[in-house]
Design a protein around this ligand. Sequence first.
Ligand SMILES: *[C@@H]1O[C@H](CO)[C@@H](O)[C@H](O)[C@H]1NC(C)=O
Ligand SMILES: *[C@@H]1O[C@H](CO)[C@@H](O)[C@H](O)[C@H]1NC(C)=O
Ligand SMILES: *[C@@H]1O[C@H](CO)[C@@H](O)[C@H](O)[C@H]1NC(C)=O
Ligand SMILES: *[C@@H]1O[C@H](CO)[C@@H](O)[C@H](O)[C@H]1NC(C)=O
Ligand SMILES: *[C@@H]1O[C@H](CO)[C@@H](O)[C@H](O)[C@H]1NC(C)=O
Ligand SMILES: *[C@@H]1O[C@H](CO)[C@@H](O)[C@H](O)[C@H]1NC(C)=O
Ligand SMILES: *[C@@H]1O[C@H](CO)[C@@H](O)[C@H](O)[C@H]1NC(C)=O
Length: 926
Amino acid sequence: MGFHLLWVGFFLCCEFWVLSLSDDQDGFLSLSCGATTTFTDSSNILWIPDVDYISSGNTSIIENGKGGSFSSDHVRFFPDPQARNCYKLPLKNSSSSVLIRAKFVYKNYDKVEKPPAFFVSLGTAITSIVNLTFHDPWTEEFVWPVNKETASFCLHSIPQGGSPLISSIELRPLPQGAYEDDGLLQSQALRKSYRINCGYTSGSLRYPIDPYDRIWGADRNFKPFHVSSGFKVEANFDVIEVKEAPPAAVVETARVLTRRKELSYNLPLGKEEGDYYVILYFGGILAVHPSFDVLINGRVIESNYTFEKGEIRALYIIQHQIKNLIITLKSVKFYSQINAIEVYQIVHLPLEASSTTVSALEVINQSIGLNLEWEDDPCSPKTWDHVGCEGNLVTSLDLSNINLRTISPTFGDILDLKILDLHNTSLSGEIQNLGSLTHLENLNLSFNKLTSFGSDLKNLSNLKFLDLQNNSLQGIVPDGLGELEDLQLLNLENNRLEGTLPLSLNKGSLEIRTIGNPCLSFSTMTCNDVSSNNNNPAIETPQVTIVPEKKKKKEEEMSSDHNNNYHLPIIIIIVSALAAALLVLITLSLSLLLYLRNIHSQQHTTSQRLTYSTKAAMELRNWNSAKVFSYKEVKSATNNFKEVIGRGSFGSVYLGKLPDGKLVAVKVRFDKTQLGTESFINEVHLLSQIRHQNLVCLEGFCNESKRQILVYEYLPGGSLADHIYGKNRKNVSLSWIRRLKVAVDAAKGLDYLHNGSEPRIIHRDVKCSNILLDMEMNAKVCDFGLSKQISHPDATHVTTVVKGTAGYLDPEYYSTQQLTEKSDVYSFGVVLLELICGREPLSRTGTPDSFNLVLWAKPYLQAGAFEIVDENLRGSFDVESMKKAALVAIRCVDRDASQRPNIGQVLADLKQAYDAQFAYLSTFDH
Ligand SMILES: *[C@@H]1O[C@H](CO)[C@@H](O)[C@H](O)[C@H]1NC(C)=O
Ligand SMILES: *[C@@H]1O[C@H](CO)[C@@H](O)[C@H](O)[C@H]1NC(C)=O
Ligand SMILES: *[C@@H]1O[C@H](CO)[C@@H](O)[C@H](O)[C@H]1NC(C)=O
Ligand SMILES: *[C@@H]1O[C@H](CO)[C@@H](O)[C@H](O)[C@H]1NC(C)=O
Ligand SMILES: *[C@@H]1O[C@H](CO)[C@@H](O)[C@H](O)[C@H]1NC(C)=O
Ligand SMILES: *[C@@H]1O[C@H](CO)[C@@H](O)[C@H](O)[C@H]1NC(C)=O
Ligand SMILES: *[C@@H]1O[C@H](CO)[C@@H](O)[C@H](O)[C@H]1NC(C)=O
């Protein structure tokens, strides 16, 4: 059944009458568009100019409008079709919905006699087309659910439609619960089609008769039965219960028909089918009992319907996909009667884009400084420039030809992206921060200055088109690209790549373009030939295009038909055989060479390949307790780099064992943007001076033949990330007191970096996986240093390459590129939120609004709503302790860095939270 039915009953009384006449304009907002002065109209409503609510458009006076109402004497029009023409309407009362009425009057104000047509939108929804040729004036009215503080009411021009215009906007708060029958207004709004005061023909009734200023239109072309006021009403009714009931003056009149006759309203709705909400009001104003069937579009909704004297009832009906409405009342016995009708079109509101996506786009907008007109929702009612959407998901972003310089971690927050076009955006360095964009299908990074592939690309498992042409990519093409099963096009043209292409790319219908590289192909031989015979490889290197499906077919055909002449495959086979032989030869001679060199190098000192000055510098330095390791020592300690225990920001981490039995974590840097030897040694020297119980200790390092290796103490307890949500999440989760202990430890470590060490050091990558635990669950911070220190106190560090991890990155640092200790405080705040909520900073579970931990948790914790606390902690924490920790976490993630506490204050607060929990637990012991 396409309808839905309810009834409400209450009795009219003098109290209600008094209330409807009360002069209470609380919350009314009446804007006279284009007006310059305020005005009070005959209903005692105050009209004000609209300038404070909109910034675009021109104003004009309507001469023909004189004599009409004040609000129709002026008009605001919008000649610029590109401009954003939006009113920001304040929606103050979140507990109720609001009635919004907009009036559009053309009346040839511009003397061109061309009434415009245009779209209007409210919030995320395009609600209607206003066509002033069809009707002048035109009124739109909505019942709008309030779930934000403001709603955008916008006018959008249509091609050749003329300049959109508007005369007035009225905002009227509705009582709590009005029209919200069964959650109707949760994701939909109502657009008024009809509001009829049945049986009344002397004009319309509105405020102050209707306290909510609904306009009850007169009944037309039907002989009404008019019931005058003054009939006796029964006592005891509750006005609050029937929020949207019409005022008594409207209920007092009705259309009534004597028995055995049909009473009907035929209401055309629109050219297109839509969903409609129909409310029929009935009031027991006669001495006789009515009794009738109610039919909508010929179908019986209620049979033998009746109501008592002094009672008001309403029927609520939802009709799907109709364009005409016929309401018929058929007398059963006595009379049929109806007092008022409301008909609304149901406006389905598009979902808003997730707050994570919106905040990421805002951060990007701010950092680019383009002043894009990015306001409200990125997808609805119109998509933002540079952005593409599917539903409420932002699926494409095109920032090409904009000077970005680096792919910031914020890009990693736009999780639904399928297309990302960053060609010609001055990107340099490594391809980074895209690893989380697993829906990406088309990635265009062409025409930049990228030098290294990075490690993210292999995670983009849906990638179909990868355009890296015209960059400065060096070295060999990484094997990981072969893991991209759907890849159809890999454009590597005009880079500085060399060597053989990984065989893993030799598959599928993958097209690889390689023109313009010094030497790049699947076979080593082609390479040698080309480079020796050709001085201009950029033009002459043949393009490699592999379409194995066809090749396979040919091979099959060949085996089935030996008589045919297939030169090409045979040649390929011969060439491959030759190449293989050559490869074996080269490998053999290379290994021999390496073997000889190895023997040779054993007779020399470990730093043999360093220049003498750096070697001397290394020997002269005081390395504290840090050791200088030879590559050979590192190799044997790690058992030839056998066991990977982690992947850091610049390479893999291996487990190692020193000759004295001590376990170490060995970090091998293979960053292409590696530090020069001198800076590496300078920085390692600084690190070797840092000793603190809450910082992971540097045991030594190795710097040989471009290898930069750091050897750290090994912490067997794993990382904090493992403990709170990682794969190795222990069966017994960390208790609140332990979490506080970890937080206090880590804050101590950071405090030392910020305030205790000289020079001061900003960590730049504080996150749960960089907080490690020892056997006794003491926490130590790792991965600090290396190009992160500041040499002058109070200096801020302006960096061009923003480093950090998606979800932890300080939005202010990203947008201003001013690096201060407060960026670490922000990231540490995210760690605290993780400890409290037991979840990752970014996750795709739950509703879109919960994807981003900071945005999601903040309002809850601010309100002291601890239902979001990790369920493993429920019932075992002291509320004061939690409050303290939650408060400091929220202050740490303040968008405004100057509002964040420094790490010393954070540490003090965490100690208090720890003490409170400790005291709380002690009460159980006694
Ligand atoms: C609208 O106003 C702008 C600036 O105030 C002016 O340049 C423009 O000519 C006006 N347009 C019309 C159609 O009046
Ligand atoms: C506006 O209404 C007129 C008259 O009904 C019609 O001719 C015209 O096509 C309409 N314009 C639009 C854009 O719908
Ligand atoms: C907000 O709504 C509440 C409940 O409906 C009501 O008591 C209050 O007066 C309203 N405030 C305004 C400003 O409309
Ligand atoms: C209609 O309802 C009234 C009272 O509710 C009852 O007396 C009467 O018999 C009903 N008539 C029919 C035709 O069902
Ligand atoms: C976009 O950035 C500009 C400053 O460059 C700012 O004025 C504007 O408010 C930003 N828009 C959004 C949606 O953040
Ligand atoms: C690259 O972008 C710059 C603006 O950043 C623009 O001036 C230039 O024309 C663009 N180059 C190409 C080839 O599109
Ligand atoms: C990437 O952008 C360049 C420059 O506009 C264009 O020529 C190329 O076709 C794009 N690549 C893909 C795969 O769309």
